[in-house]
Design a binder for this molecule. Sequence first.
Ligand code: FA5
Length: 344
Amino acid sequence: MPGASEQITRLLDEGMAAIAAARGESDLLDAKGRFFGKKGAVSAILKGIAALPAEERKAVGEMANRARAGLESAFDARLSEIREKERLVREGRERIDVTLPGRGPMPGHRHPVSQTMSDIISVFRRLGFSVQGGPDVETDYYNFEALNFPPEHPARDMQDTFYVESAAGDLVLRTHTSPIQIRTMERMKPPVRIIAPGTVYRSDSDITHSPMFHQVEGLAVDRDITMADLKGLLTEFCRMTFGPGKPLRFRPSYFPFTEPSAEVDIRCVICGGSGCRVCKESGWLEILGAGMVDPSVFGFVGYDPEEYAGFAFGMGVERIAMLRHGISDIRLFFENDIRFLSQF
Ligand code: FA5
């Protein structure tokens, strides 16, 4: 075979270069196939030895075998190198750092509306009021009629609600916590000093109105109760809830079950009073309705209006939470976005 030794030398160089350049096992196996595998170039030379002149066979055979042995050991060495490198990469990726802090469950906390509700309740408990409850699904009688809203009374329109069909008669999702006034007075004789927290429902929805929201009702009935007691109590409640010096105002209003009636507004915290979309440019945000219990309501529960007088109020819990935390859209409370809720 003319130039067999040069050919072997060249194959050896090329084979060594291919082994050294191999990046992974598959490159390496490819080089083996081309140069010294069963069908590789070195094997082809060995197979062709028989055709060589007798005096060359021995030398070419020895040279080809040495070349194959050299390539095989280079292959083995490179294979171990590649496997070691892969092992280090894999272990680096999978390494567990036992000193890292664990991933525990995120600690939860109470919703800002529930926090505000409990704070309101504790203020009134300190002022001598006990807590009463009533059903969310109410009869028309307790929600409207006994509160002096006759069936076609226009004030019903201000509290449009969700009606529940029932064989038992007209049922509504209560529009306010005031029905608990009636239920309480049916059960208790004066003196009465109660608050009634609860969920209420209306077909309302904008940045300060939600279709489901919370109110805390208050009722005090005794001899000699006057509007001054109501004003003093609500002023003290605002001082305890918002801190001293927070401007509030009493504004004349109308409710069928109180006479006279008022609404209480707090200075808007979003604009500081200059006017914004939250306070509808008025500088004030309404937090509650109140008044002296109308004698006709006493008629429904059998209290003597000549002997007793009372005041009542009903406050919006979300509105108070908005004012405490400077929140500009009531709907944020119900979207349950953890980025919002985790701030409280
Ligand atoms: C009433 O619901 C009366 N029952 C309050 C009352 C009780 C008056 C006892 C007299 C005596 P009003 O509809 O204004 O009143 O609602 C009271 C408060 O609930 C409002 O001042 C406001 O703070 C809040 N509120 C009313 N509608 C919504 C609503 N859709 N979303 C959130 N808060 C509301």
